[in-house]
Design a protein around this ligand. Structure first.
Ligand SMILES: Cc1cc2nc3c(=O)[nH]c(=O)nc-3n(C[C@H](O)[C@H](O)[C@H](O)COP(=O)(O)OP(=O)(O)OC[C@H]3O[C@@H](n4cnc5c(N)ncnc54)[C@H](O)[C@@H]3O)c2cc1C
Length: 290
């Protein structure tokens, strides 16, 4: 097992900048529109030092003069050195970020937070359960598994989007299914008549997914209600709660456990999370007012 863990070891993430409140400056090299409201930015560091991160970590991304928001890293942890962020345009800061011109700069603090620890799933089956833009934070973990595919058993990716137009990273999904030994199943909540695929919530895919619960590690990312119902369904099938990992995206400001914006009872989600086991999260997720 030790050998296996070494073989699948992830790059050691960078510590935050000497002063974690001071952003590094990154240039926008390319912006790709993924769906109607979602864009991927590829960023290069002006100081030439690539940002190393663990899958599941996030940065605080700053549009100068507008504001700063937490955004997960969506690129390959073993990749080219460009930092990738996939951002849904929902408000002031995300709008400014996705419209930052090529060649202009943004601020980056971090990386912050816990990761998926996808190497813990080596030797067993892996199930990714994803809702909507949750595929962005999980993409680095999936790319890690693809790179070390022979060290995992059955790998299943269950993905739910609102409509066919909201399906993120469609070429990746096809590639993972056709070339990488991952069983990908996609479903949508609503579809036009022309859609030939599945319709229904992502949880409806779990019973037919065909993994061995006793040797499965699950990684779940999406809206909180979807993560909770997925985690409960997995646990009912026999997956251990501490092997069900979820990413909690609550409002965050400092990213370093000082300001308290992301406090969830005893947890500061920016440092204790965002990725945590269902064994710790279940009592907190059942109380919406927390
Ligand atoms: C750890 C972490 C990782 C994240 N990763 C990503 C990512 O990879 N891609 C991405 O697009 N977004 C991600 N988010 C959410 C992102 O931070 C918010 O969408 C962003 O803060 C909205 O800022 P805004 O100023 O553009 O919009 P605002 O004007 O602040 O809000 C616009 C709308 O978005 C809602 N909103 C605000 N913050 C959040 C939040 N944290 N989660 C859900 N809804 C929110 C508001 O309720 C409001 O309805 C992440 C959040 C966290 C905590």
């Amino acid at each position: 097992m030790t050998e296996l863990l070494e073989a699948t070891a992830q790059p050691t993430p960078d510590p935050p900048t000497p002063d974690p409140m001071v952003p590094r400056v990154f240039r926008v090299e390319r912006t790709r529109q993924d769906t109607r409201d979602t864009y991927t930015l590829e960023l290069s560091p002006l100081d030439g030092e690539p940002l190393r991160f663990a899958p599941g970590q996030f940065t605080m991304l700053q549009a100068w003069g507008i504001g700063e928001v937490p955004i997960s890293i969506s690129g390959d942890p073993h990749g080219s050195g460009l930092l990738e962020h996939t951002i849904r345009n929902v408000g002031n800061v995300t709008r400014a970020l996705v419209h930052t011109s090529r060649g202009a700069t943004v601020g980056v603090r971090g990386p912050f937070g816990t990761g998926w620890e996808v190497e813990r799933g080596a030797g067993g089956d892996v199930v990714f359960i994803v809702g909507g833009i949750g595929l962005a934070p999980l993409r680095p973990a999936i790319l890690h598994v693809v790179r070390h595919r022979d060290q995992y058993g059955r790998v299943v990716l269950l993905y739910g989007a609102r409509t066919p137009d909201d399906i993120l990273f469609a070429p990746d999904l096809e590639h993972w299914q056709d070339d990488c030994g991952i069983d990908v199943a996609v479903t949508v909540d609503n579809a036009p008549h022309s859609w030939r695929g599945r319709v229904g919530f992502v949880t409806s895919l779990i019973p037919r997914a065909g993994f061995d619960p006793l040797r499965t590690t699950a990684y779940v990312c999406g809206p909180e209600v979807m993560m909770r119902s997925s985690a409960l369904a997995l646990r009912d099938r026999g997956v251990a709660a501490d092997r069900i990992r979820l990413s909690m995206e609550r409002s965050m400001k400092c990213g370093i456990g000082l300001c308290g914006h992301c406090q969830l009872r005893e947890l500061f989600l920016c440092v204790d999370g965002p990725v945590l086991g269902f064994d710790r999260l279940e009592p907190l997720m059942s109380r919406w007012e927390l």
